[in-house]
Design a protein around this ligand. Sequence first.
Ligand code: AMP
Ligand code: MG
Length: 407
Amino acid sequence: MLALEEAQSRILQPLAALPGESVALAAAHGRVAVRDRVAACPLPQFDNSAMDGFAVRAADTATARPDLPVRLRLNGAVAAGRPSSTMLLPGEAMRIFTGGMLPMGADAVIPQEACRSTAAHVDLEAGVAVGADVRRAGEDIAVGERVLEGGQEIGAGDVALLAAQGIAVVEVVRRPRVAVLATGDELKEIDAALAPGEIRDCNSPMLAAAVADAGGIPIVLPPSPDREDALEQALFAAARAADLIVSAGGVSVGDHDLVREVIRRHGRIDFWQVAIKPGKPLAFGALLDTPFIGLPGNPVSAFVCFELFARLAVRRLGGHRKIHRPRRPVRLTQDLGAHRARRELVRATLETRDGELWATPRPHQGSSHLSSLAQVDALLDLPAGDLLLRTGDAADALILNPNALAS
Ligand code: AMP
Ligand code: MG
């Protein structure tokens, strides 16, 4: 049986970011940039006013004092988007508004609060320095400066910068298409009537949501019965359609656990057991060169193993640099049993008390207990062994819901 970290690195080792595709800037948010982009124009593109006030020649204002004000003649106005073609002459001022292009001849702006004005004149009681309240062309971004870094995730702020640069199309890593295949004779789709012994397939919708959350495009196949021919057909269809196959169920040691066998026969299985609870049977391999991750069928195990393994694969294929969930120290709101045969991932909710994170395990932790998935904010990562954990003790948590950290 592999240790968690070893299994994770064996899954990630053969995977690399998918090729890029061009998308409109409006669709680039949250995507990963393929390559660096540099500024083709300076920002701001022209000298402009940082204030509502008056454009002046700083030299004209040098002698201004409260007892000896300088009077400048007003010659027109410039507003944002409405530049002036008039040259500012010595002894003149021009009305200017924030973002207005500095007129030729002017080299400073006096905020309107700092002077008195009439329709014809401006009176100043203090001088201003060259460049005062002027946003210089290129002071923000110089031509050739990097405005996007290959491998970075594009956020709303980056979108603003790219828009200012006139970059309307961005090359981003293609979103991984992830085939989701639930398996089991007992499974019915959620809106079908159930015969005795049948259950609703909850892994498909759960995994589709988790794939989308990881940045992938889920391709949900109909649940497959536990028959070799049906599984072969479904798995080959998945391998052809997707960049990654994620199946659930049929990877254990039961008579009906055929998924692993089908993959082994037609592709390869690299490993299939990891020393964690829940989720010991976890298979990794490939079919037709499409990587394959076989999750256990219990929805709780499938959820935890998706988080620990499949999510990393989706993130890596999607080009993300940060692929692991963040970890935080938390304190326990209750005692936790002493003996753990394997490293255990305990589903928990989080709350902040006095600036510290406290974790409450969900009440039913059995791997068949769906209630343990409700409102899960974190997975407590508890080591194997006879470690008695008491209320207030510290534990290590993988944060699944970053909003739970917020106030
Ligand atoms: P398996 O790994 O196929 O042996 O399944 C383990 C348990 O999980 C069994 O009780 C299955 O009925 C249940 N199970 C498997 N797949 C699903 C699914 N898609 N939705 C709900 N329960 C499932
Ligand atoms: Mg099954």
